[in-house]
Design a protein around this ligand. Structure first.
Ligand code: AMP
Length: 190
């Protein structure tokens, strides 16, 4: 499979859909949120820095994220395609991703944009708080994450549009319907 960038607001289903896409197409998966949560769990220097930002709903600085991304990408087996989940989140990250891949003679592949109304996003995140107990899934932090998303990340959709790789999937209330749409699109890309 080509590389895939899965893009959307907090709670839009990036992690959930990434898992099923990985299972179906046997590709690599980089979730920058998971990488950071793991660093926090292991109490590393990076984890200590990341925690302050994550708990406040803010983004980790670009220079730090770009380094983590390249290191994680190079640790995965080449040639199977990778799904980027939660990266890029800023224009600077997107430019850096494009350059990092070009240096390796790879390309960005396909961008999948998940569009979900904000009320559904909020309900999902509050539910996830109950089920998984993620520290940043509380109402105050969620609001900040939405703000950060609208200000720093959402404008990237247009950046991808200009790159000619933006593909939008809009939530219509059914996970199965959404999955079918995504799978038929991806099956045609192989
Ligand atoms: P996620 O699991 O993708 O929702 O990410 C959780 C948190 O990790 C975000 O709210 C950010 O604080 C941080 N994070 C994850 N990915 C990035 C990224 N690409 N750039 C900056 N911060 C990130």
């Amino acid at each position: 499979m080509k590389n895939i960038i899965i893009f959307g607001a907090p709670g839009s289903g990036k992690g959930t859909y990434s898992d099923v896409i990985v299972a179906r197409y046997g590709m690599g998966h980089i979730s920058t949120g998971d990488v950071l949560r793991n660093e926090i769990k292991n109490d590393t220097e990076l984890g200590k820095i990341a925690k302050g930002y994550i708990d406040n709903g803010q983004l980790i600085p670009d220079e730090l994220m770009i380094g983590i991304l390249a290191k994680t990408y190079d640790s995965l087996p080449a040639g199977k395609g990778v799904i980027f989940d939660g990266f890029p989140r800023t224009i600077a990250q997107a430019e850096a991703l494009k350059q990092m891949l070009a240096e390796r003679k790879h390309d960005m592949g396909i961008m999948l944009e998940l569009v979900v109304d904000e009320q559904t996003l909020l309900e999902r995140l509050l539910n996830r708080a109950k089920e998984q107990g993620r520290a940043d899934d509380n109402e105050e932090t969620i609001k900040k994450r939405f703000e950060v998303y609208h200000k720093q990340t959402e404008p990237l959709a247009v950046w991808f549009e200009k790159e000619g790789i933006r593909n939008t999937f809009t939530w219509n209330g059914s996970k199965d319907a959404m999955l079918n749409e995504i799978f038929s699109f991806l099956d045609a890309q192989k």
